[in-house]
Design a protein around this ligand. Structure first.
Ligand code: ADP
Ligand code: MG
Length: 716
């Protein structure tokens, strides 16, 4: 197969055209043919000229009604004015030239009564809309009436163009290229049986149909074919990766009974929820298998995911291995370390007086750890003395070695990229079991596309005895409401509660963001009459590690019952007595962030209250705050969030690798199509795992694997 699609376009289309198309990033035959038209323009219908937005680059079909040429007043030169019409409304076209001869082509082409396509940027001149120096193409002469009528019936594809490259220039290039291609140059990536089942065109026919359709129906079918092909190739990549993962072998870590897990369960002060038990059983079975577990655990904020993860880690320790817990922030890693050590009690004190037989070391590893502690942690991880190692990105460093790593847990996985997740899991050529956790529910198709190879478990129920949390929006400029809010905070403190005050930035001097700052807010609250006598702490990412530790400790113990903080407290932080969450400049936060922040309160039995303080609200911020105040259901909020955001944000830059290359597909809108493509890919991989029967698919899949390996090397 000669690779015609990979050929540069210069020789085929001429350098000037190649240069122009190069501005759109189109360099090869394939690039140009994959630059699909955005919509179809029906030739039989004129574009409505009435509503053209000023400043837009437009392409319109219209009829020339009037042409006038006159000399310019002030300067030497001539002006040609043409009025075009859609039958009801008009638009002015203006052309200038230094010499009358410069406009002769325009004069010749723009005869009254001629129909043409005109393209340019809409500007306002003396209150009327016009196109200055538009590009245009006059439509067929009417010599051959039959051909003219047929051509008239054919819809015109309109390309995403720029002022530098008008739509028909692209169309002409495409027409030229389509003429030199044959179906051999564009082999099918979808096998014939699938194509029949899905009623698709062949790959080459689809390219012809999308660029040069005989009817709208034809165009739509071509588009559906191209979308399906894209989904099918991507799902083939993902299904094959899953198969490769399934073929991997790891050490089974079955619960042996009578070890550290059993001892821990016996210590638990409360029963597991039904959900924790069910998910726990699934995970226990996964861990006992030779196949590495790849499971995503999603569950509402506060649903008790950490406990599920801890029990999984203890099972691995019981079976003789080690487990690592990766957290996105130092504050969260510290908290996990503190609370896991506390829950384990004597089980975390091996060889100590009062320690238990089954005990293991629980080590913390972060980048700001003092060097002595760090050396101890590294040594215990490497020797296997530490059954549990908890840390931040610092865990991913080359110098961190494990004796026998059996399980990697990633908390709040949305903060990590796919490759980061995998670094630990595959350290040293062995594959560990993996559990990733998130409180941000992921739509199924996104999960399938971004994590095509994960099994998903969901914790739906909350542990019993959770307090109710009410949410209020507070206008920042309303002094009476603000005063009442601080008074309410003082009342909660007096009753033994704790108050978070979250600000978007650390210091008023920071220029990258605006809005309330931790340092200034803490100072102001120390002068706030309503909070007289209440100690106020501060916490943010710039503090040294022990200062962070102390700030969380003082807050939890009640020495500083009010904590002014950045979003370092956003994920996972767990202080049972916290009852109030004040979010300053709440309109600056995303919906899932707000939901996470609110998840920090109402964790003990006591009811909580959340205040979202905002300035004047408008636009999407208003929608976010409104949704936040009216619902506390994380799944509902996630859906609302999707409505308010654009697709790219949904996938998240860090983990979208593959998905960001999608051109025709919308992961949410094309859910059905993606699911069908997945089913077909599953079936194909089952009978032909190397795609030997579909060479074009094998090549496409190999190409994607190569380029994503390239991406990874670049990022690593
Ligand atoms: P998240 O799912 O948001 O990570 P956490 O794991 O932080 O939630 O759990 C929130 C709180 O609920 C913790 O204080 C934890 O000790 C407590 N908890 C977990 N499981 C139970 C349970 N079965 N019964 C009572 N409290 C529980
Ligand atoms: Mg958590």
């Amino acid at each position: 197969m000669t690779d015609v699609l990979g050929r540069p376009i210069g020789r085929l289309l001429g350098e000037p055209t190649a240069r122009a198309l190069g501005k759109l990033g189109l360099r090869t035959v394939g690039d140009v043919l994959r630059h699909y038209p955005r919509r179809l323009q029906d030739r039989g219908r004129f574009t409505e000229l009435r509503d053209l937005p000023v400043g837009d680059h437009v392409t319109v079909l219209a009829r020339v009604e009037d042409v006038q040429e006159r000399p310019m007043h002030a300067r030497r030169g001539v002006i040609l004015n043409a009025t075009i019409s859609d039958g009801a409304h008009r638009l002015l076209l203006t052309f200038f030239a230094k010499h009358p001869g410069g406009l002769s082509r325009n004069r010749r082409m723009l005869q009254v009564g001629t129909t043409g396509l005109f393209t340019g940027t809409v500007t306002l001149y003396r209150g009327a809309r016009q196109l200055a120096h538009p590009d245009f193409e006059v439509l067929g002469d009417l010599d051959d009436e039959a051909a003219a009528i047929e051509r008239h019936m054919q819809p015109i594809p309109i390309y995403p163009a720029t002022s530098a490259v008008p739509s028909w220039r692209i169309a002409n290039a495409v027409t030229t290229l389509l003429r030199i291609l044959t179906s051999d140059d564009v082999p099918d990536v979808v096998p014939p049986d699938v194509r029949r089942a899905e009623d698709l065109l062949g790959s080459f026919a689809a390219l012809q149909g999308i660029h040069d359709p005989v009817s709208e129906e034809h165009w739509l079918r071509a588009r559906r074919t191209l979308q399906f092909e894209e989904a099918f190739v991507l799902q083939s990549v993902l299904v094959r990766r899953r198969e490769v993962a399934r073929a991997l072998r790891t050490v089974p870590r079955p619960a042996t009974g009578g070890g550290i897990l059993a001892a821990f369960d016996a210590r638990l002060p409360f029963p597991l929820t039904a959900g924790q038990r069910a998910v726990g059983d699934q995970i226990a079975a996964d861990l006992a298998s030779h196949t590495p577990m790849q499971r995503l655990l999603q569950g509402e904020v506060g649903s008790g995911k950490t406990l599920v993860a801890l029990r999984a880690m203890l099972q691995v320790v019981e079976a003789g291995g080690q487990a690592a817990l990766l957290a996105p922030t130092e504050v969260l890693a510290q908290q996990h370390h503190r609370s896991i050590a506390a829950m384990l009690g004597p089980l975390a004190l091996p060889g100590m007086l009062g320690g238990a037989d089954a005990a293991t070391h629980v080590e913390l590893l972060t980048s700001s750890l003092p060097s002595r502690r760090r050396a101890t942690a590294l040594a215990r991880a490497a020797s296997g003395q530490a059954g549990l190692v908890i840390g931040t990105h610092a865990l991913l460093g080359e110098e961190v070695q494990f004796h026998d790593l059996g399980l990697v847990v990633v908390d709040e996985q949305h903060r990590f990229g796919v490759e980061q997740r995998d670094v630990l899991r595959t350290r040293g050529g062995r594959t560990a079991h993996s559990l990733v956790m998130t409180a941000t529910p992921i739509p199924r198709t996104v999960a399938m596309t971004v994590f095509g190879d994960l099994e998903v478990s969901t914790l739906r129920e909350m542990p019993p005895g959770r307090g109710e949390v009410r949410t209020f929006a507070v206008p920042r400029d309303n002094a009476a409401w603000m005063g009442r809010m601080w008074q309410r905070c003082a009342e909660e403190v007096a009753a033994g509660g704790r108050v978070y005050v979250v600000c978007p930035r650390i210091d008023a001097g920071d220029t990258d963001t605006t809005g309330a700052a931790v340092t200034q807010t803490a100072a102001a609250l120390r002068d706030e009459p309503a909070l007289a006598g209440v100690a106020i702490g501060e916490l943010h990412g710039r503090l040294a590690m022990d200062a962070k530790d102390r700030a969380m400790d003082d807050f939890a113990s009640g020495r500083t019952p009010v904590l002014v903080a950045t979003t370092v407290v956003e994920v996972g932080v767990d202080v049972a007595d916290a009852t109030v969450m004040v979010v300053l400049d709440a309109d600056r936060f995303g919906l899932s962030q707000l939901h996470q922040l609110r998840g920090r309160i109402g964790r003990g039995g006591r009811p909580g209250v959340c205040f979202a303080v905002t300035g004047q609200l408008a636009g999407p911020a208003e929608g976010r705050v409104q949704a936040f105040v009216t619902t506390r259901d994380g799944f509902e909020l996630a859906e609302k969030d999707l409505e308010l955001r654009r697709e790219g944000d949904v996938l998240g830059a860090a983990q979208s690798g593959l998905a960001s290359s999608l051109t025709t597909l919308r992961v949410l809108a094309d859910r059905d199509l993606i699911e069908r493509a997945r089913a077909h890919a599953d079936a194909l991989v089952a009978r032909d795992p190397s795609f030997a029967t579909v060479p074009a698919l094998a090549a496409a899949v190999a190409g994607i694997e190569e380029s994503s390996a390239g991406d990874f090397i670049e990022r690593a």
